[in-house]
Design a protein around this ligand. Structure first.
Ligand SMILES: O=C(O)CCC(=O)C(=O)O
Ligand SMILES: [Fe+2]
Length: 578
């Protein structure tokens, strides 16, 4: 018993004091933990703008990045904090963990956003503010602002790849946000230092010494004894003194430098002889780096022709091609007609538009219905795998940066395809093209996400491919024709373009583009080189149907005259024109 002894009571009284202390530690730790959780909770709710649940949030590319990044950076930590205290959360984490993105996904998303910058000429500031992207229908997709932590990841990625101008572009945005942002990170924070440090270095490497000096000087105000910064400043001065570089005060970007004014006299280090005090002009803050500079910097480092092709790709993806008068006249003569010459198409005519003269490209409008498109997408969804390409050297299939999409091949008679939609759509494609389906490949469904693309390529094997791979012509023959069905169109970007003839087709839901990859004599038609442009907002779904050369003699008889492209089939003769 305790009560009968004063000493005993004194003892438990002390114990209680200790317990109270532990409890109050526990409460304040927990409160801190809950405060952090609450801040994160509010941040996610606010940025996802829960008034409009569903998919609209992830139509904007940097919002997609933010979701992916939150899983890698935040949710993982939150699991450790919450799951031991809450069964529902713990079991949700267990169920969902298999779907969580990882660092590879973050890196892939950064690369995709950099690709979108290059092709659609979008500045870091545009993405970072979540400025609107105009959609094909004229509506707008808006994003959420980026915080400085996310910006630093983009800076570091460009830095690692030695893309100095790009790095400086993101750096400029981050530096500006540091000065003006709501979530104020003072110069004493490691984030401030890290951003400024990368920014200054990238500016220097990008050849913008004026600005590099200004940022370094600003850093020296806050870190006057920092050895490396002092060394950098000295190096900059040496360059100027030797006349290797000139400072250009007219390029000054004064507005991004916070008060107080730079005073290099504050640097206290006997070794350093600072002779230069940058002149800062508050008005000259428009643009330090021209867009042209940014995009030249990140051009393809491959061979020259490939570089040229990529240039065409980028140009065509971004804007409507300008036509020569000759092509313009040809395009104006193109027709539309109803095709009604098979029993099935007699009942349901197929709308054909001749979209381009050479290579002849046809568009079959409303080839499939909304329900069919949705059904094919939902059958494909669980089967999607990262698209692979043939490595011409090794003959192996592998992932590649130039083909970024997910792919599924659809058989006839899949158990979930109760209505036989795959088979029905195959028949419709046969009716439209009049090509024999016997040697055709399965339907290949492709889904492109943010920045998803397929750079210029041929669908058929070229003679060069066959030589390199010592490949014999297969029994089914080369891919004679492509039918590309648009199952779902993206909000912005994602055109199909033909680099060598300057054609640009915007995805049009339920329509299909058709062209021959082979000339009538069976040789590859090298003018058919084409590409799928990066998806800028939303997502794009297409289906490829590749017909093979074997068994097509009735629709497309061989012709030794290899250039008679336009005369080579009933379809192309336009004999159905009404
Ligand atoms: O997505 C596109 O527009 C083109 C796709 C393509 O060319 C292909 O998958 O072979
Ligand atoms: Fe293709």
């Amino acid at each position: 018993e305790v009560f009968s002894s004063y000493e005993n009571v004194r003892n438990i009284n002390k114990i209680e004091d200790h317990l109270v202390q532990l409890l109050s530690d526990y409460i304040s730790e927990d409160r801190e933990r809950l405060d952090t959780l609450e801040r994160f909770h509010q941040y996610v709710i606010k940025s996802k703008n829960y008034t409009d649940p569903g998919e609209s949030y992830i139509k904007y590319p940097t919002n997609q990045f933010n979701v992916i990044h939150r899983f890698v950076a935040d949710w993982k930590n939150l699991e450790a904090w919450t799951s031991s205290r809450n069964e529902a959360i713990a079991s949700a984490f267990n169920t969902y963990r298999q779907y969580f993105p990882d660092q590879n996904d973050v890196d892939g998303a950064i690369t995709a956003i950099h690709r979108l910058q290059d092709i659609y000429k979008i500045r870091a500031s545009h993405f970072s503010r979540g400025d609107p992207i105009s959609s094909v229908e004229g509506s707008e997709v808006r994003g959420q602002p980026f915080n400085e932590k996310a910006l630093l990841l983009f800076i570091k990625d460009a830095y690692k790849k030695e893309e100095w101008l790009r790095c400086a572009g993101w750096g400029q945005q981050a530096f500006q946000q540091l000065q003006t942002g709501k979530e104020y990170d003072p110069p004493t924070s490691s984030l401030w230092f890290d951003i400024s440090d990368h920014f200054a270095y990238c500016l220097y490497k990008a050849g913008d010494l004026q600005h590099a000096v200004e940022v370094t000087a600003e850093m020296l105000v806050h870190y006057p004894k920092h050895k490396r910064l002092i060394g950098n400043m000295k190096h900059f001065n040496d360059l100027v003194k030797k006349g290797e570089v000139k400072l250009d005060p007219s390029k000054s970007k004064r507005s991004v430098i916070s008060e107080p004014l730079i005073n290099l006299g504050e640097v206290q280090d006997e070794d350093v002889e600072i002779t230069f005090i940058p002149k800062l002009y508050p008005g000259a803050d428009k643009v330090v780096l021209t867009e042209k500079q940014i995009y030249e910097d990140v051009q393809d480092k491959d061979n020259k022709n490939w570089g040229l092709r990529i240039q065409k790709y980028k140009k065509l993806c971004k804007e409507e091609p300008s036509l020569t008068p000759k092509i313009k006249r040809q395009v104006e003569r193109l027709t539309c007609y109803y095709k009604q010459d098979t029993p099935r198409s007699y009942l349901k005519p197929i709308k054909v538009e001749v979209a381009w003269p050479s290579p002849r490209i046809l568009l079959f409008h409303d080839l499939i219905t909304d329900e069919e498109a949705d059904a094919l997408i939902s059958i494909a969804q669980p089967r999607l795998d990262r698209a692979t390409v043939h490595n011409k050297k090794t003959g192996m299939l592998e992932n590649a940066h130039y083909r970024v999409s997910k792919t599924a091949w659809l058989d006839n008679d899949l158990p979930e395809d109760k209505e036989g939609i795959v088979r029905r759509v195959n028949r419709r494609m046969e009716d439209a093209t009049e090509l024999s389906h016997d040697y055709a490949e399965l339907q290949q469904i492709n889904n492109y996400g943010m920045g998803g693309q397929y750079e210029p390529h041929y669908d058929m094997a070229t003679l060069h491919d066959m030589k390199v791979q010592k490949r014999k012509q297969s029994a089914e023959g080369n891919r004679i024709a492509t039918l590309l069905v648009y199952l779902r169109e993206p909000e912005a970007g994602g055109a199909t373009i033909f680099t060598d003839s300057g054609v640009r087709l915007l995805s049009r839901k339920n329509a299909a583009a058709f062209w021959y990859n082979l000339l009538p004599n069976g040789d590859p038609d090298l003018i058919t080189r084409h590409a799928g442009c990066p998806v800028l907002a939303g997502t794009k779904w297409v289906m490829n149907k590749w017909f093979h050369a074997n068994d097509q003699v009735f629709t497309r008889p061989c012709d030794l005259e290899e250039l008679r492209r336009e005369k080579d089939s009933k379809l192309y003769n336009g004999q159905y024109t009404i």
